[in-house]
Design a protein around this ligand. Structure first.
Ligand SMILES: NC(=O)c1ccc[n+]([C@@H]2O[C@H](COP(=O)([O-])OP(=O)(O)OC[C@H]3O[C@@H](n4cnc5c(N)ncnc54)[C@H](OP(=O)(O)O)[C@@H]3O)[C@@H](O)[C@H]2O)c1
Length: 261
């Protein structure tokens, strides 16, 4: 298989799950990989696997001020970026439609504003690459409205629009924008899920699909197909989704029992 080689790449959310698997995979092919997350120690552990090819840039993508400072540190590590993979993200479910604002804000800070902050710091460095790529991890959950995913799914849907808009704005320049939408991946993020997760993939398989998608020049990188195709179909015929599927999935049986926290 063709591989991404000899590039300078920034990956956020690289201390675990999908981002970590991608960092390990890319570092093996002589890419210079800058890895970010909030936890510096796990990034330093990751660096030990390929000390020459991995550099650590710990930062909180949802903290606007800290990201300005991280941008300066990023510029001291490299004078250009060929690719950025914005993988950092979090998930909180809204159980019983409690509409807890602080939960929604946490989710949007990491999943939406985190990507805006990442692009904000990366853009000047991407402009020095011949074929710059900006890829961000959304989720197949944004294709249809899932119960309990009001905050998570909405943050990923907002991300999708943001990426489309960036793509539109850069359609006369070289920036390649990619929206990665995984199904269920076996990572710490999904460990506490107490529902069926069909067609679960490993983080390594997810990293392989992402690399393939970028090499093929895809703007939407959905996987696994066994999940993305039915969801896209149901997104198109939404009366089937809301009429047949979601009544079996929702845990809410009475509006009187919902109580905003
Ligand atoms: N797993 C799935 O089934 C699945 C499906 C669809 C989409 N996704 C998306 O894939 C991405 C990666 O998720 P994952 O499954 O690999 O989860 P994970 O193993 O929990 O990894 C999340 C990563 O993001 C970092 N992170 C979280 N908040 C951050 C913040 N504010 N600033 C900087 N880094 C932050 C975490 O490190 P620190 O905690 O140290 O900061 C960690 O490295 C997320 O965007 C997620 O929404 C996952």
């Amino acid at each position: 298989m063709k591989a991404i080689r000899d590039k300078t790449i920034w990956i956020t959310g690289a201390s675990s799950g999908i981002g970590k698997a991608l960092a390990l995979r890319l570092a093996k092919n002589n890419n210079f990989v800058i890895v970010s997350s909030r936890g510096r120690d796990s990034l330093l552990e990751l660096q030990k696997t390929a000390p020459k090819n991995i550099r650590v840039l710990d930062c909180d993508v949802g903290d606007d001020k800290a990201m300005e400072e991280a941008g300066d540190r990023l510029a001291s590590l490299t004078d250009h970026l060929d690719m950025v993979f914005a993988c950092a993200g979090t998930c909180e479910y809204d159980d019983g439609l409690k509409l807890k604002l602080e939960s929604y804000r946490r989710v949007f800070d990491a999943n939406f504003f985190g990507v805006v902050n990442t692009l904000r710091q990366a853009l000047p460095l991407l402009s020095h690459s011949k074929q710059p790529v900006f890829a961000a991890v959304g989720s197949l959950s944004s294709v249809v409205g899932f119960p309990r995913a009001e905050a998570y799914g909405a943050s990923k849907a907002a991300l999708g629009y943001f990426l489309d808009s960036v793509r539109a704005d850069t359609s006369r320049v070289r920036l390649h924008v990619a929206h990665i939408r995984p199904g269920f991946i076996d990572t710490p993020l999904t460990k506490s899920n107490d529902f069926d997760m069909p067609f679960m993939m490993t983080p390594d398989a997810a990293a392989e699909s992402i690399e393939k998608g970028v090499l093929r020049g895809r703007h939407i990188i959905d996987f696994p197909r066994r999940l993305s195709w039915p969801l896209r179909f149901l997104g198109f015929f939404s009366s089937l989704w809301f009429g047949i599927c979601t009544p079996r999935m929702t845990r809410i049986r009475s509006l009187r029992k919902t109580k905003c926290a």
